[in-house]
Design a protein around this ligand. Structure first.
Ligand code: 4NP
Length: 169
């Protein structure tokens, strides 16, 4: 069995609001749990609209108010090599997931799905896009990311035992 870090990639549309926020929250949670060396976390967008840009100023501000630093992140677009390298590719909404499925090579061996589907108790499977919203929308992204992090870490750690393919039910 491979001992390389497990790779988790969060994907939204622009990679400036939702996915960098979730990256920041999950990175902090994993570090706090002492697992930083075991899991590599990244984010990207399905679009190339904001490539090279830092997260939206509202996302940076909201994250900073809870102690998460995401200002250093830079947006990038999904690339084919992500499918060779990642174990989990987690989309923020159904449009993102559909877009991913159009570029996903047939040999992809990892898990691909909606981020919030891993935490069914939250009662929603899409992370609402805050881009056209107000500050509350950015707080909601943080709330949901924090609420889902523990479940995601548990699922990721179970990954070690799967081998390739989908996780056990
Ligand atoms: P994100 O939000 O996908 O969570 O980064 C958006 C960012 C930019 C745009 C839409 C959503 N945009 O239309 O430029």
């Amino acid at each position: 069995m491979s001992t390389r870090p497990i790779r988790v990639l969060f994907v939204c549309l622009g990679n400036i609001c939702r996915s960098p926020t979730v990256e920041g929250v999950f990175t902090a949670f994993v570090k706090q749990q002492g697992m930083a060396g075991e899991i590599e976390i990244d984010s990207c967008g399905t679009s190339d609209w904001h490539v090279g840009s830092p997260p939206d100023a509202r996302a940076i501000r909201a994250a900073a108010s809870r102690g998460y630093t995401i200002a250093q992140l830079r947006a990038r677009q999904i690339r084919i090599s992500d499918f060779d390298e990642c174990d989990f590719i987690l989309a923020m909404d159904r449009d993102n997931l559909l877009e991913l499925k159009t570029v996903c090579p047939p040999h992809y061996q990892g898990y691909m799905g909606l981020f919030l589907q891993i935490a069914p108790d939250l009662g929603r499977d899409e992370l609402p896009d805050p881009y056209y919203g107000n500050e509350h929308a950015f707080e909601q992204v943080l709330d949901l990311a924090e609420a889902a992090s523990e479940k995601l870490l548990a699922l990721v750690l179970r990954r070690r035992g799967w081998g390739s393919g989908s996780p056990p039910k």
